[in-house]
Design a protein around this ligand. Sequence first.
Ligand code: NIG
Length: 378
Amino acid sequence: MSTLITNIGELTTNDPEVSGTALVLEGDRVVWVGSAKEAPPVDESVDVEGRAVLPGWVDSHTHLVFAGDRTAEFGARMAGKPYTAGGIAVTVGATRAASDAELAAVIKRHVAEAVSQGTTYVETKTGYGLSVADELRSAKLAAEHADEATFLGAHLVPAGTNADDYVDLVRGEMLDAVAPHVRWADVFCETGAFDEDQSRAVLTAAAAKGLGLRVHGNQLGEGPGVRLAVEVDAASVDHCTYLSAKDIDLLASSDTVATLLPACDLSTRQPLPDARGLLDAGATVALASNCNPGSSYTSSMAFCVTTAVLQMRMSVEEAVRAATVGGARALRRDDVGVLRPGARADVHVLDAPSTTHLAYRPGVPLTHAVWRAGTRVR
Ligand code: NIG
């Protein structure tokens, strides 16, 4: 089955060599981009009547394997209580108590919600199980229902457990069980979670198992997260809310992507990260939703893009890039977040003539149509 999408008002390809006003999808791939009058023969044609077309959002940071609700914690925070890592334990309790079917339903519901808003590629994590059995089933569910799965056994030390014993469990038996099901390992390297040595121990063990690395770092204060992520060549360090000048320099001279999570910073009443400093220094920036029930309960990548433009001094082009090809770089992929022949056919049509409308019309749902791996899903 081949589909010509034509009469595109503005086409964002994220590839300077590729431009046009029409594109052809065949199977799950983009096979052609150019001017409609030169298009190859196709099975069907869709006229988008001058709308903007861009790659689907690549959401490179979510925590969708969860159960339960933390509305009360959010309400208390909005009334002035600080966010702490400790809230994770509430979700761990609810997640352990949920059935596999209940957890699968939660992941599917949130992925569907994201897809309906233009997200076409989703990473998700374990991290609310924190026992061998619960992390293993979380990993299997993440791998089954998302595009990429990450092991985050080092999310929080479970209550009543010695931290060093828990680190040994995570880097030993838990990692052995989970590794066949995931591509990535992550640690929450932060005061109240795992310190630098504990984080390094988990990351090096995961790398020895062949997993790619990611780090949650610099979320609640300056700390070793960025430094450690760069040291171990992590694909991304996520949050980056509090960065020193040295952190920015390190990121700019590394292959580690700075993944910014503005919805999380707003929902936890933290400052927004220094996107401008990162971009001006030459770092690669990604934007992601961090969809989770505690610190950032949104699947809206458009909200993140809008916030990045209106409040983080990113241009529309920079924010759209960060939420598409930036997310792909954070997942070390070159087949998503771009529209060029050979890329996955992940296409987002806005009900607007340009991506500028994402910031110009904040909060307005602008997704008109979505193809995910070549299938029209909206
Ligand atoms: O990315 N920072 C650590 N983990 C999540 C929060 C999870 C939670 O509060 O449940 C995050 O913000």
